[in-house]
Design a protein around this ligand. Structure first.
Ligand SMILES: O=c1ccn([C@H]2C[C@H](O)[C@@H](COP(=O)(O)OP(=O)(O)OP(=O)(O)O)O2)c(=O)[nH]1
Length: 151
């Protein structure tokens, strides 16, 4: 796992968000699901999303949201990221579901947030919701999947 001094060199766009062993990720946009989706024979049909109005979002009890974080991230070749939720959210019955960031990925990270609680939860755009932890990957390839954006 990479520490602060290495992270500052590799992720200059994240100045001010670098932590001793990771990078804080602030909430950008929040979306609700508007249609069905499917994954059949590796063919992705993503649900349509509707963007909610911020900057303060109300996450309803027992409801799922798709969220983005800012800024866009460029993962250098030879490195990978795992995204872990902010513990304050766990303590508040809010979970942030995440996957793996691949070497070479460039684009906007999208996570799923679920309010497991019995009550609404309010959160403002810009609040830190997760932390990226970065690992060196030996012998890695490079991501070139459907979520890759051009720089
Ligand atoms: O929680 C996450 C984790 C990763 N990513 C980004 C970075 C990652 O490199 C990219 C693709 O992730 P993954 O490989 O898990 O997605 P996939 O469904 O396998 O996409 P593809 O079929 O395009 O490889 O999405 C997110 O937006 N959210």
């Amino acid at each position: 796992m990479l520490g602060e001094k290495e992270l500052i060199k590799l992720f200059p766009d994240f100045e001010g968000l670098i932590q001793p062993s990771g990078i804080d990720l602030p909430l950008e946009d929040v979306f609700v699901q508007k249609s069905a989706g499917s994954l059949i024979d590796n063919e992705k049909n993503l649900p349509e999303l509707e963007k909610l109005e911020g900057p303060i979002y109300t996450l309803k009890a027992k409801t799922a949201y798709s969220v983005t974080v800012a800024p866009k991230v460029k993962i250098p070749k030879g490195y990978s990221m795992l995204y872990r939720p902010r513990s304050t959210l766990n303590r508040s019955f809010i979970s942030v579901h995440t996957a793996v960031g691949d070497p070479g990925f460039y684009g906007t990270l999208q996570f799923m947030v679920y309010n497991y609680g019995e009550f609404d939860y309010q959160i403002k755009k810009g609040e830190r919701i997760a932390q990226a932890v970065v690992f060196k990957v030996s012998g890695s390839g490079e991501y070139n999947g459907s979520y890759q954006e051009s720089e």
